[in-house]
Design a protein around this ligand. Structure first.
Ligand code: OGA
Ligand code: MN
Length: 361
Protein backbone atom coordinates (compact mmCIF):
# COMPACT_ATOMS: atom_id res chain seq x y z
CA UNK A 1 0.00 0.00 0.00
CA UNK A 2 1.32 3.45 -0.86
CA UNK A 3 1.60 6.13 1.75
CA UNK A 4 1.82 9.90 1.26
CA UNK A 5 5.25 10.85 -0.11
CA UNK A 6 6.19 7.42 -1.35
CA UNK A 7 2.86 7.08 -3.13
CA UNK A 8 3.38 10.35 -4.90
CA UNK A 9 6.89 9.46 -5.97
CA UNK A 10 5.76 6.20 -7.47
CA UNK A 11 3.41 7.98 -9.83
CA UNK A 12 5.81 8.59 -12.63
CA UNK A 13 5.04 9.00 -16.28
CA UNK A 14 4.39 5.67 -17.91
CA UNK A 15 4.26 3.80 -14.62
CA UNK A 16 1.48 1.32 -14.08
CA UNK A 17 -0.10 0.95 -10.67
CA UNK A 18 -2.14 -2.05 -9.68
CA UNK A 19 -5.52 -1.56 -8.07
CA UNK A 20 -8.35 -3.92 -7.19
CA UNK A 21 -10.90 -1.83 -9.14
CA UNK A 22 -9.11 -0.91 -12.28
CA UNK A 23 -6.44 -3.60 -12.58
CA UNK A 24 -4.08 -1.13 -14.16
CA UNK A 25 -3.79 2.58 -13.69
CA UNK A 26 -1.36 4.03 -16.13
CA UNK A 27 0.08 7.45 -15.36
CA UNK A 28 0.54 9.35 -18.56
CA UNK A 29 1.41 12.92 -17.65
CA UNK A 30 2.86 15.00 -14.90
CA UNK A 31 0.56 17.90 -15.60
CA UNK A 32 -2.32 17.65 -13.18
CA UNK A 33 -4.16 15.61 -10.65
CA UNK A 34 -7.32 13.84 -11.62
CA UNK A 35 -8.20 10.16 -11.92
CA UNK A 36 -5.12 8.98 -10.08
CA UNK A 37 -5.79 10.97 -6.96
CA UNK A 38 -9.43 10.03 -6.94
CA UNK A 39 -8.53 6.42 -7.36
CA UNK A 40 -5.91 6.46 -4.64
CA UNK A 41 -8.11 8.33 -2.24
CA UNK A 42 -10.92 5.84 -2.67
CA UNK A 43 -8.78 2.72 -2.67
CA UNK A 44 -6.25 3.50 0.01
CA UNK A 45 -7.93 6.13 2.16
CA UNK A 46 -5.09 8.55 1.41
CA UNK A 47 -5.29 12.19 0.64
CA UNK A 48 -3.28 11.90 -2.57
CA UNK A 49 -3.79 15.54 -3.47
CA UNK A 50 -1.96 16.59 -0.37
CA UNK A 51 0.53 13.80 -0.94
CA UNK A 52 1.25 14.99 -4.45
CA UNK A 53 1.47 18.60 -3.36
CA UNK A 54 3.86 17.61 -0.63
CA UNK A 55 6.09 15.78 -3.06
CA UNK A 56 5.82 18.69 -5.46
CA UNK A 57 4.38 16.75 -8.37
CA UNK A 58 1.09 16.77 -10.16
CA UNK A 59 -0.06 13.64 -11.87
CA UNK A 60 -2.79 12.58 -14.16
CA UNK A 61 -3.96 9.02 -14.49
CA UNK A 62 -6.57 7.24 -16.46
CA UNK A 63 -7.22 3.58 -16.65
CA UNK A 64 -6.14 1.66 -19.71
CA UNK A 65 -9.52 0.01 -19.68
CA UNK A 66 -11.38 3.36 -19.82
CA UNK A 67 -9.11 4.78 -22.45
CA UNK A 68 -9.53 1.81 -24.73
CA UNK A 69 -13.26 1.58 -24.41
CA UNK A 70 -13.78 5.26 -25.26
CA UNK A 71 -11.23 5.32 -28.03
CA UNK A 72 -12.45 2.08 -29.59
CA UNK A 73 -15.90 3.55 -29.91
CA UNK A 74 -14.51 6.57 -31.73
CA UNK A 75 -12.59 4.34 -34.14
CA UNK A 76 -12.33 6.09 -37.47
CA UNK A 77 -14.47 9.04 -36.45
CA UNK A 78 -12.98 12.46 -36.76
CA UNK A 79 -11.42 13.89 -33.61
CA UNK A 80 -13.37 16.68 -31.95
CA UNK A 81 -12.15 20.21 -32.52
CA UNK A 82 -14.10 22.13 -29.95
CA UNK A 83 -13.58 25.78 -29.11
CA UNK A 84 -13.17 27.04 -25.57
CA UNK A 85 -13.40 30.58 -24.45
CA UNK A 86 -13.29 32.13 -21.04
CA UNK A 87 -16.22 34.26 -19.97
CA UNK A 88 -15.51 37.75 -18.70
CA UNK A 89 -15.83 36.89 -15.03
CA UNK A 90 -13.54 35.11 -12.56
CA UNK A 91 -15.28 31.84 -13.39
CA UNK A 92 -16.91 30.19 -16.39
CA UNK A 93 -15.88 29.07 -19.87
CA UNK A 94 -18.07 28.44 -22.87
CA UNK A 95 -17.37 25.38 -25.02
CA UNK A 96 -18.56 25.42 -28.61
CA UNK A 97 -18.45 22.92 -31.45
CA UNK A 98 -18.94 19.84 -29.35
CA UNK A 99 -21.85 17.41 -29.40
CA UNK A 100 -22.26 15.86 -25.97
CA UNK A 101 -24.56 13.14 -27.33
CA UNK A 102 -21.59 11.58 -29.14
CA UNK A 103 -18.65 9.73 -27.60
CA UNK A 104 -15.86 12.03 -26.50
CA UNK A 105 -12.28 10.84 -26.94
CA UNK A 106 -10.00 10.92 -23.91
CA UNK A 107 -7.82 13.80 -25.07
CA UNK A 108 -10.88 15.98 -25.62
CA UNK A 109 -12.38 14.90 -22.35
CA UNK A 110 -9.17 15.81 -20.58
CA UNK A 111 -9.34 19.33 -22.04
CA UNK A 112 -12.90 19.65 -20.79
CA UNK A 113 -11.96 18.32 -17.36
CA UNK A 114 -8.97 20.69 -17.13
CA UNK A 115 -11.06 23.68 -18.20
CA UNK A 116 -13.64 22.70 -15.63
CA UNK A 117 -11.11 22.57 -12.80
CA UNK A 118 -9.68 25.90 -13.83
CA UNK A 119 -12.93 27.77 -14.53
CA UNK A 120 -15.45 26.06 -12.15
CA UNK A 121 -18.38 26.58 -14.55
CA UNK A 122 -18.68 25.24 -18.11
CA UNK A 123 -21.41 26.16 -20.57
CA UNK A 124 -22.17 23.99 -23.63
CA UNK A 125 -24.70 25.47 -26.06
CA UNK A 126 -27.24 23.88 -28.42
CA UNK A 127 -27.14 20.34 -27.08
CA UNK A 128 -29.66 17.62 -27.88
CA UNK A 129 -29.18 14.67 -25.54
CA UNK A 130 -31.28 11.74 -24.42
CA UNK A 131 -31.40 11.06 -20.68
CA UNK A 132 -29.04 8.11 -21.27
CA UNK A 133 -26.54 10.39 -23.03
CA UNK A 134 -26.78 12.96 -20.25
CA UNK A 135 -26.04 10.21 -17.73
CA UNK A 136 -23.19 8.82 -19.82
CA UNK A 137 -21.50 12.23 -20.21
CA UNK A 138 -21.94 12.90 -16.48
CA UNK A 139 -20.38 9.56 -15.54
CA UNK A 140 -17.12 10.61 -17.17
CA UNK A 141 -16.69 12.96 -14.18
CA UNK A 142 -17.44 10.36 -11.49
CA UNK A 143 -20.18 8.19 -9.99
CA UNK A 144 -23.64 9.71 -9.84
CA UNK A 145 -25.81 10.55 -6.83
CA UNK A 146 -29.44 9.56 -6.51
CA UNK A 147 -31.29 12.44 -4.81
CA UNK A 148 -33.19 11.97 -1.56
CA UNK A 149 -36.37 13.40 -3.16
CA UNK A 150 -37.28 10.22 -4.99
CA UNK A 151 -40.60 11.65 -6.19
CA UNK A 152 -38.73 13.99 -8.58
CA UNK A 153 -36.45 11.49 -10.28
CA UNK A 154 -36.96 10.80 -13.98
CA UNK A 155 -38.73 7.50 -14.62
CA UNK A 156 -36.14 4.84 -15.56
CA UNK A 157 -33.29 7.31 -14.92
CA UNK A 158 -32.96 7.77 -11.15
CA UNK A 159 -29.67 9.62 -11.77
CA UNK A 160 -31.69 12.48 -13.27
CA UNK A 161 -33.41 14.89 -10.92
CA UNK A 162 -36.10 17.15 -12.38
CA UNK A 163 -36.09 20.82 -11.40
CA UNK A 164 -39.32 22.38 -12.61
CA UNK A 165 -42.33 24.58 -11.88
CA UNK A 166 -44.47 22.51 -14.28
CA UNK A 167 -47.51 20.79 -12.77
CA UNK A 168 -49.05 17.84 -14.62
CA UNK A 169 -52.36 16.33 -13.57
CA UNK A 170 -52.19 18.31 -10.35
CA UNK A 171 -48.71 16.97 -9.50
CA UNK A 172 -45.44 18.93 -9.70
CA UNK A 173 -43.10 17.16 -12.14
CA UNK A 174 -39.99 18.35 -10.34
CA UNK A 175 -38.60 20.42 -7.49
CA UNK A 176 -40.23 23.82 -7.93
CA UNK A 177 -37.67 25.62 -5.76
CA UNK A 178 -34.72 25.57 -8.13
CA UNK A 179 -32.46 26.82 -5.34
CA UNK A 180 -33.65 30.36 -4.88
CA UNK A 181 -31.28 31.11 -2.03
CA UNK A 182 -27.49 31.03 -2.42
CA UNK A 183 -26.19 27.52 -1.91
CA UNK A 184 -23.85 24.81 -3.05
CA UNK A 185 -25.38 21.43 -3.78
CA UNK A 186 -25.21 18.80 -1.08
CA UNK A 187 -22.95 20.72 1.34
CA UNK A 188 -25.19 19.08 3.97
CA UNK A 189 -23.75 15.60 3.39
CA UNK A 190 -20.43 14.24 4.53
CA UNK A 191 -19.06 13.74 1.03
CA UNK A 192 -20.66 16.56 -0.98
CA UNK A 193 -20.99 16.28 -4.70
CA UNK A 194 -18.15 17.20 -7.05
CA UNK A 195 -20.35 18.91 -9.59
CA UNK A 196 -23.87 19.17 -10.94
CA UNK A 197 -24.73 19.07 -14.65
CA UNK A 198 -27.93 20.85 -15.63
CA UNK A 199 -29.59 20.44 -19.02
CA UNK A 200 -32.17 23.08 -20.01
CA UNK A 201 -35.29 21.47 -21.54
CA UNK A 202 -37.76 24.36 -21.12
CA UNK A 203 -36.99 27.98 -20.30
CA UNK A 204 -39.42 30.90 -19.80
CA UNK A 205 -39.87 33.01 -22.96
CA UNK A 206 -37.55 36.00 -22.81
CA UNK A 207 -39.05 39.48 -22.92
CA UNK A 208 -37.78 42.22 -25.25
CA UNK A 209 -34.94 43.14 -22.95
CA UNK A 210 -35.01 40.53 -20.22
CA UNK A 211 -34.53 36.82 -19.68
CA UNK A 212 -36.23 34.91 -16.87
CA UNK A 213 -35.02 32.16 -14.58
CA UNK A 214 -31.31 33.01 -14.87
CA UNK A 215 -28.84 31.27 -12.59
CA UNK A 216 -26.06 33.21 -10.84
CA UNK A 217 -22.74 31.66 -9.87
CA UNK A 218 -19.95 33.05 -7.71
CA UNK A 219 -16.39 31.85 -7.32
CA UNK A 220 -15.75 30.97 -3.68
CA UNK A 221 -12.05 30.61 -4.57
CA UNK A 222 -11.86 34.20 -5.84
CA UNK A 223 -13.83 35.26 -2.77
CA UNK A 224 -11.28 33.54 -0.52
CA UNK A 225 -8.36 35.13 -2.38
CA UNK A 226 -9.88 38.57 -1.80
CA UNK A 227 -9.93 38.17 2.01
CA UNK A 228 -7.14 39.75 3.99
CA UNK A 229 -4.46 37.29 5.20
CA UNK A 230 -5.39 37.63 8.88
CA UNK A 231 -8.98 36.71 8.12
CA UNK A 232 -7.86 33.82 5.92
CA UNK A 233 -5.76 32.50 8.78
CA UNK A 234 -8.57 32.81 11.34
CA UNK A 235 -11.15 31.17 9.07
CA UNK A 236 -8.73 28.34 8.41
CA UNK A 237 -9.07 27.30 12.07
CA UNK A 238 -12.89 27.09 12.00
CA UNK A 239 -15.47 24.46 11.21
CA UNK A 240 -19.18 24.86 10.44
CA UNK A 241 -22.32 22.78 10.76
CA UNK A 242 -24.50 22.20 7.67
CA UNK A 243 -28.06 20.91 7.58
CA UNK A 244 -30.50 20.22 4.75
CA UNK A 245 -33.25 21.08 7.20
CA UNK A 246 -32.14 24.70 7.68
CA UNK A 247 -34.89 25.97 5.39
CA UNK A 248 -38.27 25.58 7.15
CA UNK A 249 -40.23 24.98 3.95
CA UNK A 250 -37.86 22.17 2.98
CA UNK A 251 -38.08 20.67 6.44
CA UNK A 252 -41.87 20.72 6.27
CA UNK A 253 -41.94 18.76 3.02
CA UNK A 254 -39.75 15.83 4.06
CA UNK A 255 -41.12 12.66 5.56
CA UNK A 256 -39.59 11.50 8.86
CA UNK A 257 -37.84 8.77 6.90
CA UNK A 258 -36.32 11.30 4.46
CA UNK A 259 -35.23 13.52 7.37
CA UNK A 260 -33.29 10.62 8.85
CA UNK A 261 -31.40 10.30 5.59
CA UNK A 262 -29.97 13.81 5.94
CA UNK A 263 -28.34 14.15 9.38
CA UNK A 264 -26.34 17.35 9.88
CA UNK A 265 -22.60 17.38 9.16
CA UNK A 266 -19.52 19.46 9.99
CA UNK A 267 -17.10 20.81 7.36
CA UNK A 268 -14.14 23.17 7.50
CA UNK A 269 -15.10 26.80 6.86
CA UNK A 270 -12.33 26.96 4.28
CA UNK A 271 -12.02 23.91 2.07
CA UNK A 272 -9.26 22.99 -0.36
CA UNK A 273 -10.17 22.20 -3.94
CA UNK A 274 -9.22 18.55 -4.52
CA UNK A 275 -7.79 19.18 -7.98
CA UNK A 276 -6.40 22.71 -8.07
CA UNK A 277 -5.48 23.00 -4.39
CA UNK A 278 -7.16 26.44 -4.25
CA UNK A 279 -8.78 27.44 -0.99
CA UNK A 280 -12.52 28.09 -1.12
CA UNK A 281 -15.01 29.60 1.34
CA UNK A 282 -17.37 26.77 2.22
CA UNK A 283 -20.20 28.49 4.07
CA UNK A 284 -23.54 29.10 2.37
CA UNK A 285 -26.77 30.71 3.46
CA UNK A 286 -29.01 27.77 2.60
CA UNK A 287 -27.36 25.02 4.57
CA UNK A 288 -24.74 26.40 6.99
CA UNK A 289 -26.40 26.62 10.39
CA UNK A 290 -23.56 27.37 12.80
CA UNK A 291 -19.85 28.05 13.13
CA UNK A 292 -18.73 25.47 15.66
CA UNK A 293 -17.52 26.89 18.98
CA UNK A 294 -18.86 30.44 18.54
CA UNK A 295 -21.85 31.89 20.41
CA UNK A 296 -25.05 32.16 18.37
CA UNK A 297 -24.76 35.89 17.71
CA UNK A 298 -21.14 35.77 16.63
CA UNK A 299 -21.75 32.65 14.56
CA UNK A 300 -24.76 34.16 12.76
CA UNK A 301 -22.84 37.39 12.11
CA UNK A 302 -19.86 35.54 10.64
CA UNK A 303 -22.04 33.35 8.40
CA UNK A 304 -23.79 36.47 7.15
CA UNK A 305 -20.53 38.33 6.58
CA UNK A 306 -19.02 35.43 4.61
CA UNK A 307 -22.16 34.91 2.55
CA UNK A 308 -22.42 38.61 1.68
CA UNK A 309 -18.75 38.67 0.77
CA UNK A 310 -19.14 35.65 -1.56
CA UNK A 311 -22.22 37.15 -3.20
CA UNK A 312 -20.38 40.22 -4.40
CA UNK A 313 -20.77 41.07 -8.14
CA UNK A 314 -17.01 40.93 -8.68
CA UNK A 315 -17.00 37.13 -8.16
CA UNK A 316 -20.15 36.50 -10.22
CA UNK A 317 -21.27 35.07 -13.55
CA UNK A 318 -24.99 35.27 -14.41
CA UNK A 319 -26.17 32.63 -16.87
CA UNK A 320 -29.03 33.50 -19.21
CA UNK A 321 -30.47 30.17 -20.27
CA UNK A 322 -31.40 28.96 -23.72
CA UNK A 323 -33.09 25.63 -24.37
CA UNK A 324 -30.33 23.10 -25.12
CA UNK A 325 -27.78 24.61 -22.74
CA UNK A 326 -25.81 22.17 -20.64
CA UNK A 327 -24.15 23.89 -17.73
CA UNK A 328 -21.96 22.27 -15.11
CA UNK A 329 -20.63 23.78 -11.92
CA UNK A 330 -18.10 22.82 -9.31
CA UNK A 331 -19.67 22.44 -5.88
CA UNK A 332 -16.44 23.23 -4.02
CA UNK A 333 -15.34 26.41 -5.75
CA UNK A 334 -18.75 27.98 -6.46
CA UNK A 335 -22.09 28.89 -4.95
CA UNK A 336 -25.19 29.45 -7.02
CA UNK A 337 -28.67 30.95 -6.93
CA UNK A 338 -31.68 30.40 -9.18
CA UNK A 339 -33.35 33.74 -9.85
CA UNK A 340 -37.07 33.39 -9.01
CA UNK A 341 -38.52 36.04 -11.33
CA UNK A 342 -40.97 33.97 -13.37
CA UNK A 343 -44.53 32.81 -12.71
CA UNK A 344 -46.25 29.42 -12.88
CA UNK A 345 -47.42 30.12 -16.45
CA UNK A 346 -43.77 30.39 -17.63
CA UNK A 347 -42.68 26.75 -17.80
CA UNK A 348 -39.13 25.95 -16.78
CA UNK A 349 -37.78 22.39 -16.80
CA UNK A 350 -34.21 21.32 -16.13
CA UNK A 351 -32.72 17.82 -15.93
CA UNK A 352 -29.92 17.56 -13.41
CA UNK A 353 -27.28 14.94 -12.74
CA UNK A 354 -25.13 15.16 -9.65
CA UNK A 355 -21.60 13.76 -9.65
CA UNK A 356 -20.22 12.28 -6.45
CA UNK A 357 -17.30 14.05 -4.80
CA UNK A 358 -14.45 13.18 -2.48
CA UNK A 359 -13.83 13.84 1.20
CA UNK A 360 -13.74 17.49 2.26
CA UNK A 361 -10.44 18.85 3.60
C1 OGA B 1 -29.75 22.96 -8.87
C2 OGA B 1 -29.97 24.40 -8.97
C3 OGA B 1 -30.46 26.16 -10.46
C4 OGA B 1 -31.43 26.48 -11.51
O1 OGA B 1 -30.23 22.24 -9.73
O2 OGA B 1 -29.04 22.55 -7.94
O3 OGA B 1 -29.59 25.10 -8.07
O4 OGA B 1 -31.39 27.63 -11.97
N1 OGA B 1 -30.52 24.81 -10.09
O5 OGA B 1 -32.26 25.65 -11.88
MN1 MN C 1 -28.37 23.94 -6.64
Amino acid sequence: MWRTRSCARRLETGSVCISPTYNELEIDEFTMISGATYHLQRQYGLSPVLACHEAGIFVRGSTRKDRHSHDDRLQAEEKITMKLHKLASPLGSEILDIDLSRPIDDATFRQIDDAFSERSVLVFRDQVMTPAQHVEFSRRFGGLEIHVLKQYLLADFPEILLISNVVENGKPVGIADAGQQWHTDLSYVEIPSRCSILYAKQIPEPGPDKTYGDTCFVSTAAAYDALDPEMQKYLGTLKARHSYLKRPHVRAKLSEEQKKQVPEVIHPVIRTHPVTGRKCIYVNESFTTEIVGLGKEESDALILQLCEHCQSEQFMYRHKWRVGDVLMWDNCSTQHLAVADYGPEQARLMNRTTVRGTAVF
